[in-house]
Ligand binder design. Structure first.
Ligand SMILES: Cc1cc2nc3c(=O)[nH]c(=O)nc-3n(C[C@H](O)[C@H](O)[C@H](O)COP(=O)(O)OP(=O)(O)OC[C@H]3O[C@@H](n4cnc5c(N)ncnc54)[C@H](O)[C@@H]3O)c2cc1C
Length: 439
């Protein structure tokens, strides 16, 4: 059920100024949800222009359910594909070991579908919606200092402008100065000693090879599991672009640094020489690649400031391994919880409860998704040996069930992950809290 936000047309309801730092997926989604709840949001983005790097992104039903509530699911779908299956393949080649349905009947896939799209398209739809609702986005906003230990937190930019707000939300990604500020120390995320490479190939080129057509038509997800590495591919862009992401260990001699950087395809050809020839053919078509180190934020002791006017959202709070494709959907859950709680406020003093309820609801779930994402990394990248053989035998001989060797395919886990309605959960927490206060 879609939560109806109470617009602040009722002038009795208080209206707050919310400052969001970072115009990534978390910042823009939160701008939409809080603006829709009747408050004024300003987003500060340090880049001179908004541009989303990367290529493909998967958004699962726990995320698209919220896009629907924000009135942008249709716009997102106009750029997206809806896969029916994820095929799990061995790096050794041969037919898929298993196929996971992506449209499980227990989840309302008709109104909250699993979608695949280009990040730039998702980002643009979010930005346009945030701005059409009245959110103000300030670019080139390079922060000089932040004051968060107060009831009226503020930010000073290098150009001298000062932004004061009722609440500041740090949405500045995995390398977050907001996190440093909240913790009172530098908290550079840990290197997981894994690299991601990403390249794209036009689908029209893939279709020219008869054996490869199944990788683009119909637009499903293909996942190759290899020793200490795995590869995911799916089509994005309506005119057809196959997005391929590879995760592999960073060897001690590798000097890749933090941030996205260009990479030569030859680096991949060397590592993946003995892989499935279908994947080898894709590598041969690739012209250029990008790579980056996979970072992992430690579990934080807190997400919100004790004075209740500063909190972290998105990757700054819960950067996770990409193996369950949950980063964006978890950002959307943060945004929906905040939007619902802001929408429920009727008296100014209730603002003090919003961020603590946000943390109470979001932190345990996001930390569990983060833990399961790291676990999935291990399941998908088993070294050669008896354990890997056992996994592959089980995958090819049994139907997905609880305690399946690839948890992504465990239906009860999928229900927990994809069946979640963050807005409804937030409303329940608010009602429970209101009853406690009255009692
Ligand atoms: C290989 C890979 C594949 C992935 N695939 C998926 C997937 O399929 N599905 C999925 O859901 N997730 C996926 N993710 C994760 C997902 O991309 C992230 O979780 C998500 O983008 C995080 O959004 P964010 O807004 O928190 O941070 P970011 O996207 O990093 O945005 C942060 C924003 O803040 C700005 N900023 C930074 N510092 C400052 C500052 N000091 N002042 C002002 N602005 C600042 C940045 O410029 C940026 O615009 C993947 C991640 C990886 C690495």
């Amino acid at each position: 059920m879609a939560i109806q936000y109470e617009q602040n047309s009722n002038t009795e309801n208080p209206s707050f100024n919310v400052l969001v730092i970072g115009a990534g997926l978390a910042g823009l989604a939160t701008a939409i949800s809080i603006q829709q709840a009747g408050h004024q949001v300003t987003v500060l983005e340090r880049m001179p222009e908004i541009r989303e790097i990367g290529a493909g992104i998967q958004v699962s039903p726990n995320g698209t359910r919220l896009l629907r509530d924000w009135g942008i699911l249709e716009a997102v779908q106009s750029h997206a594909f809806q896969p029916q299956k994820t095929f799990l393949r061995s790096y050794r080649g041969g037919p898929p070991l298993a196929a996971q349905r992506m449209d499980m009947p227990s989840i309302e896939h008709d109104t909250a579908p699993y979608v695949l799209l280009h990040r730039a398209d998702l980002h643009r739809v979010l930005r346009e919606r945030a701005e059409s609702l009245g959110a103000k986005i300030t670019l080139n906003a390079v922060i000089e200092s932040m004051h968060i230990d107060t009831a009226k937190p503020s930010v000073r930019l290098q150009d001298g402008r000062v932004f004061e707000a009722d609440v500041i939300l740090g949405a500045d990604g995995e390398r977050s100065i907001c996190r440093d500020k909240l913790l009172g120390r530098e908290d550079f995320p840990k290197n997981t000693n894994n690299l991601v490479y990403r390249f794209t190939v036009p689908a029209s080129e893939v279709r020219q090879h008869k054996d490869l057509i199944e990788l683009v038509d119909p637009p499903n997800v293909n996942l190759w599991m290899g020793p200490r590495s795995h590869v995911v591919s799916y089509v994005v862009k309506k005119d057809g672009l196959l997005n391929v992401a590879l995760m592999l260990p960073q060897e001690p001699q590798d000097k890749t640094e933090y941030g996205v950087q260009p990479a030569a395809i030859e680096e991949l050809r060397e590592v993946f020489t003995h892989w499935d020839e279908k994947f080898g053919a894709l590598l041969n078509m690739a012209q250029q690649s990008a790579k980056w180190t996979l970072l992992h934020a430690d579990g934080l002791e807190k997400w919100t400031h004790e004075k209740g006017r500063f909190a972290l959202i998105g990757d700054s709070a819960h950067a996770m391994m990409p193996c369950l494709a949950q980063g964006a959907s978890q950002c959307f859950e943060d945004a929906a919880v905040l939007g619902t709680l802001f929408g429920a406020i009727q008296r100014p003093e209730q603002l003090d409860d919003v961020l603590s309820l946000y943390e109470r609801l979001r932190k345990p779930r996001a930390m569990e998704v983060r833990r399961r994402s790291s676990q999935a990394m291990g399941e998908l990248s088993m070294p050669d040996g008896p354990e890997q053989e056992g996994r592959d035998n089980e995958l090819s001989s049994s139907t997905p069930c609880e305690v399946f060797p690839v948890s992504l395919m465990d239906p009860s886990f999928q229900n927990w992950l994809w069946g979640y309605n963050a807005s409804e959960e937030a409303m329940n927490v608010w009602k429970e809290h209101s009853r406690e206060v009255v009692a």
